[in-house]
Design a protein around this ligand. Structure first.
Ligand code: DGT
Ligand code: CA
Ligand code: CA
Length: 580
């Protein structure tokens, strides 16, 4: 069964976009948006659920009407409502919504009054000075739109790692079913766990006469076959992701894997090493003259260059080849090293599952502990906790722990760092907690000096143990705020405070290069899911990937510690605080 969830979600998102441009009712628009989100985050395959006649209205935000539309999209690939909306409005108009600063209202005016339908046409209209005259626009807005559209057009389209992961898992399963396919590995930036990928590079080890190429080109989600031959093919899937497939003979599989895993910079350094030894390296093997001396496994390729095997996440030409040569490669953290999670939400605020359900899901992953860290009161949209509700939740956690076996819930909070660096809850509320997580959720565009001072002040608060998502970036949407990260890290070390690596697919923050900085500065990390429902613990694997890209080892991460050791660390911090 192909990846239906994302395709159905894309249909609902497009419906919501088109309704918004038409000025439809906000509740109706949000119903489609929420449904799209539910589908994106759903662990199960909605196509299979429909096939098995399962009850869709039990999904969050999916009523009878939407359930009917899901069935329609799963069986026909589209739905009547979307087709009607597409007839009423030109196809490219929704792309304009991707441009920062162009909301549905403005897009509607641009389309009605100037008949512009594509980003290119908007750019031309802005350069001709035709936009400033429109009602509600003006000269300043016109120039802002001009630069935003120009930036949008020059940006390459990259897909977030977790989204790529949905496709990758499904494609591997699909290709493995083809005749003559021995092994399927997704190489490229995906294997290196980059936070976004440009395309997926899939390698298949195939016997003679294998059907891998045909299997890919007839995949149900393929929108266009860009090229196809006997040992390679490229396709574009619905939604835009490109897939490059290479079919490789067993003797070359390791060499192909090294080559197509990259990075390009890593490959170039390897090639130079080979040349120094009078060898040639390419995607078919390592050669001395015409003789292939290595290539069946990655290990053999590296060994031919007198190197140990190098983990894919390190292959960025950031010193890994020197480290390998010196026998000083890090022993990278693995997903199985995590013993708990220090950042999660429940139905008490904007989470979708109860404390009980979240704790049970964490336990099912083999975790020993889970910190519940709701938003604080300033985050009104999330029903953030005030002092009283925080205390009530604390009592609920005490009752839970009293009857729980093998799962300890920590009392926490994700307290807002206010504009001046003070915290959103008084010290009296924070003092009774096991874990205070502090986070910036607004005023991202302060100057570097102000932003740094603000965060340093928050870290001065004796209760703060962990700084959440330290750069504030949202991948593809919001750049990191401007802050002196080295100063933040030095303050964190001085205070014994940990830095979070938030594994949410939109964050992956701490960023990999900052992970290395933290390690150099002797600051511990916590790799957290920030889960808002039980399925989101699965995102931890992407957080671990980002940590591995930052050369992080098990000992660098606080939530690899068993519960008694973690409690000792928290206790030590508490008594230090009381002595102050
Ligand atoms: P992406 O797709 O932009 O996220 O990044 P990659 O790293 O997956 O790059 P991609 O898909 O263009 O190529 C896959 C790998 O193939 C890349 O990591 C290294 C290898 N490769 C591609 N072009 C070259 C090249 O010109 N020279 C060398 N040495 N390797 C290359
Ligand atoms: Ca790629
Ligand atoms: Ca590629």
């Amino acid at each position: 069964m192909p990846v239906r969830n994302l395709a159905v979600a894309a249909v609902f998102d497009e419906i919501a976009d088109r309704l918004a441009i038409q000025g439809a009712n906000v509740f109706r628009i949000n119903a489609y948006r929420n449904a799209a989100r539910t589908l994106q985050e759903l662990g199960a395959d909605v196509g299979e659920m429909v096939g098995q006649g399962r009850d869709l209205p039990r999904l969050r935000g999916i009523g009878a009407d939407l359930a009917g539309k899901i069935r329609e999209v799963v069986t026909t690939g589209t739905c009547e409502l979307l087709e009607r909306l597409r007839r009423e409005m030109p196809p490219a108009v929704t792309e304009l919504l991707q441009v920062p600063g162009l909301g549905p209202k403005r897009v509607a005016v641009l389309w009605h009054d100037l008949d512009v339908q594509t980003p290119e046409q908007v750019l031309r209209a802005a350069r001709d000075g035709r936009i400033r005259a429109l009602p509600g626009f003006g000269e300043k807005t016109e120039s802002r739109i001009e630069s935003a559209v120009a930036a949008h057009l020059s940006k390459e389209h990259r897909v977030k790692l977790a989204v790529a992961g949905h496709y990758a898992d499904a494609l591997v399963a699909h290709l493995q079913r083809a005749k003559g396919v021995e092994r399927t590995v997704v190489a490229g930036s995906y294997r290196r766990m980059r936070e976004t990928v440009g395309d997926l590079d899939i390698l298949v080890e195939g016997r003679k006469g294998n059907r891998a190429v045909e299997q890919l080109t007839r995949y149900a989600e393929v929108e266009e076959v860009l090229s196809s031959g006997t040992t390679r093919a490229s396709v574009r899937l619905r939604g835009g992701l490109q897939i490059d497939l290479r079919v490789v003979a067993p003797g070359s599989f390791g060499a192909a894997l090294v080559y197509f895993t990259g990075s390009k910079a890593h490959n170039i350094t390897l090639r130079r090493l080979a040349q120094d030894r009078g060898l040639k390296i390419n995607e078919y093997g390592v050669f001395r003259g015409d003789e292939r001396i290595a290539g069946d496994t990655e290990e053999s390729v590296y060994a031919a260059l007198d190197l140990p095997w190098i983990e894919p996440e390190l292959r960025e030409d950031r010193g890994e080849i020197d480290a390998a040569r010196a026998g000083r490669l890090p022993k990278l953290i693995e997903p199985g090293d995590l013993r708990g999670d220090l950042h999660a939400h429940t139905t008490a605020t904007d989470g979708h599952d109860t404390l009980e359900a979240m704790a049970a899901a964490a336990k099912a992953l083999g975790f020993e502990y889970l910190a519940i860290t709701e938003h604080s009161r300033r985050q009104g949209m999330t029903h953030g906790l005030d002092e009283k509700r925080l205390r009530v939740q604390g009592e609920e956690i005490d009752r839970f722990n009293a009857r729980s076996r093998g799962m300890h819930v920590l009392k926490g909070i994700e307290v807002d760092i206010l504009d001046d660096g003070a915290l959103d809850l008084p010290d009296s509320a924070l003092a009774g907690l096991d874990l205070v997580v502090a986070a910036v959720h607004g005023r991202f565009n302060l100057s570097r000096a102000q932003q740094t001072a603000r965060i340093l002040r928050a870290l001065e608060n004796p209760h703060v143990r962990l700084l959440a998502h330290p750069s504030g970036r949202l991948i593809g949407e919001r750049e990191p705020y401007d802050v002196d990260m080295l100063q933040v890290m030095r303050k964190a070390r001085e205070r014994g405070t940990w830095l979070e690596l938030n594994a949410h697919p939109e964050r992956l923050d701490l960023i990999d290069t900052h992970c290395r900085m933290a390690k150099d500065e002797g600051v511990l990390l916590a790799i957290d899911s920030d889960a808002h429902d039980t399925a989101q613990f699965a995102n931890l694997r992407f957080g671990v990937g980002q940590a591995r890209r930052g050369w992080i080892e098990r000992g660098d991460v606080v939530n690899t510690r068993p519960l008694p050791e973690l409690l000792r660390l928290l206790e030590r911090a508490r008594s230090r605080r009381e002595r102050q």
